[in-house]
Write a protein that binds this ligand. Structure first.
Ligand code: PMP
Length: 411
């Protein structure tokens, strides 16, 4: 019996995303900005609507039926996220607003109370601002030092230099799993192994990895993993911080308020168990429900099949764009996710983005919250096309045609 997987049916997938069926500026929408935010399938829209229509109430504090239904939905979403990451326990899954909040939580509740002068945090030259600024804040607060491992002209991490910068002083390594500006997939297994052998812990910024690859935090061996729901075809304002239970257990809460306490008196308060100790205030309940539906949806499509489809589009787009005179691809790592950054000679990326938008082609332009990457390549910005499960070869053709129009305008 054949075990060959069914071919990836992108036409069927597109039918799940009603937003894609619209025209923009008189052209069918070509959405090439999933690295900024993915669109939501019907399954997510309906799960959120169902929750809001039938089950909403506040969680954890009510004895009435709706509060119990909401609590069940919210805690069910936590269990879904645990399975998605293959974490050992639900106690290791903290709901946050997104990757940014997850990293700030680790910076303030893990690094800040522990680190001091002489301690080092090691990041790389391709990080998103969300994985730079929280560490700079910790350095200002504690006197510890931020080290940056360089990248090369292809946008790959210089692993030798990274390994040399990793010393007994390194307390934490915080790196992107996948770069949003360049598409580079980092050798995170190797990074985790090397960091641990030096006694440093590892945080992975998974914002750009989760839509393209199955994540197993136990196999990765990382200590923290943060990601956002909206990059995963889920809602905005919800994300997950995974943290190893022993670490979360030792960390103090970072925000105070309802839900994170066990007892409160004016003299002293005591804190709730994991993971609620880190979830002060009413959470984004419908967001968590939508995120769980997004995980069901993506796993239902088969993440590996989605990734293979996106890799075909990336290869096609890379080949097509490489033929355009004056176009330079920024980020040519051997191992890339479905992100294609580029510049076009004589045309500022913002102008390029505007011309493409007039053709119905949505790309992102700017520094992509990675200003040090732009500085490294000595450019103000790039244009970036990124691919998701719903993109097609026709989308690549539309991008190429729109770039042809831009070249006519800018000569
Ligand atoms: N890290 C990376 C690599 C990202 O791409 C992003 C989003 N662009 C973030 C962190 C921040 O994610 P969010 O804005 O959802 O918190």
């Amino acid at each position: 019996m054949s075990t060959a997987a069914a071919p990836f049916d992108v036409t069927r997938v597109r039918r799940d995303f009603p937003i894609l069926a619209q025209h923009v500026n008189g052209h069918p929408l070509v959405y090439l900005d999933s690295a900024a935010s993915g669109q939501r399938p019907n399954a997510v829209l309906r799960a959120v609507e169902r929750y809001e229509t039938h089950h909403h109430s506040n969680v954890h504090r009510g004895v009435h039926a709706l509060s119990q239904a909401a609590t069940e939905a919210f805690e069910g979403a936590r269990e879904r996220a645990r399975r998605f990451l293959n974490a050992r326990s639900r106690r290791e899954i903290v709901f946050v607003r997104g990757t940014t909040e997850g990293i700030n939580l680790v910076a303030q509740a893990f690094a800040r109370p522990r680190f001091g002068p002489g301690d080092e945090i090691l990041i790389t030259g391709l990080e998103h601002h969300a994985n730079i600024v929280p560490w700079q804040m910790v350095c200002e607060q504690t006197g510890c030092t931020l080290k940056v491992a360089p990248i090369d002209r292809r946008g790959e991490l210089d692993l030798d230099r990274f390994l040399r910068q990793l010393t007994a002083r390194t307390r934490l390594v915080a790196v992107a799993h996948v770069s949003n500006a360049l598409g580079t997939v980092l050798p995170v297994e190797r990074i985790v192994e090397a960091a641990h052998s030096c006694g440093a812990l590892v945080l992975l910024d998974g914002a750009q990895a989760v839509p393209h690859t199955a994540i197993d935090v136990q196999a990765l061996g990382c200590d923290f993993y943060a990601f956002s729901g909206h990059k995963l075809y889920g809602p905005t304002g919800i994300g997950v911080l995974f943290g190893r239970e022993e670490l979360l257990e030792e960390m103090p809460p970072w925000q105070g308020g309802g839900d994170m306490i066990r007892t409160v008196s004016f003299e002293k308060s005591t804190y709730n168990d994991l993971p609620w100790k880190f979830e002060a205030g009413t959470p984004n309940i419908s967001g968590a429900v939508g995120l769980a539906a997004a995980m069901d949806y993506l796993e239902g499509l088969d993440i590996e099949a989605v990734a293979a489809h996106e890799q075909r589009l990336l290869a096609l787009a890379t080949a097509e764009l490489s033929r355009i005179p004056g176009l330079e691809i920024i980020g040519t790592a051997a191992h890339k996710a479905a992100v294609l950054s580029f510049t076009l000679r004589g045309c500022h990326p913002h102008d390029l983005g505007t011309i493409l938008d007039s053709e119905g082609v949505a790309i992102r332009t700017g520094h992509h919250c990675a200003m040090p990457v732009m500085t490294f390549f000595d450019i103000p910005a790039t244009a970036r096309a990124s691919f998701g499960c719903y993109n097609t070869e026709a989308d690549v053709d539309a991008l190429v045609a729109a770039l042809g129009k831009a070249r006519e305008v800018f000569g």
